[in-house]
Design a protein around this ligand. Sequence first.
Ligand SMILES: [Zn+2]
Ligand SMILES: [Zn+2]
Length: 244
Amino acid sequence: MSNFLGLALDSVRRNALDAARRALPQRCELCAAPSGAELLCSACVRALPRLGPACPICALPNPRGEICGRCVTEPPPFDATVAAFAYAFPVDRLMHAFKYHGRLALAEWAAGAILDARARRGATLRPDRLVALPLSHERQRERGYNQAYEIARVLSRCLRIPLLRHGIRRDRASPPQTALPWDQRAKNVRGAFACELDLSGMRVAVVDDVMTTGASLAELARVLVAAGASGIENWVVARTLPPR
Ligand SMILES: [Zn+2]
Ligand SMILES: [Zn+2]
């Protein structure tokens, strides 16, 4: 089957699945209570660990929601981060099911959470393009999909902002970041991404599921700025809070 036909069939199948899911009464993904047409019941939605006031650049919480000391002294190569939740129970469970167990229905929920967080924060600039944080070829083949791309696809459809599908890649299958201490993660991703596109003057939003140290997002932002991008925002579902 040609690649193109395969992708087209894939998208027909997905749309049919999405429609079927919406038509059936759901059970909450977390507690199995009836949840109407939604993935989570209203009690579980209320209990999610939403991020309170946070640094607008790196999304780490601080009481006044101002730019944090670290972003002042060492400004990262991105301009802003929108994060819906702290990476804590039960968001960690949902993200795990999405990433490793193929629960692709969670992509819509994740995209909705990002849109809500963006709205709560007030109007940010509308990006010209969306990019999903790429996986290496090997990892994408292993997993069969890129969870960031699945979220970005939904956002692109809702916001009518083009999603860049080609020309930005992750070259190295670096050891998984989760296996490394925080201070080694920046070194681990250096040189990991490549961009073959001309992004001159474009504002780009980079979509990912979880922002841990931000090392991968910072490295990709550097590459996108080098390709001409005039501004970068990260849009993530969850932000890992640093160890105390
Ligand atoms: Zn529930
Ligand atoms: Zn900050």
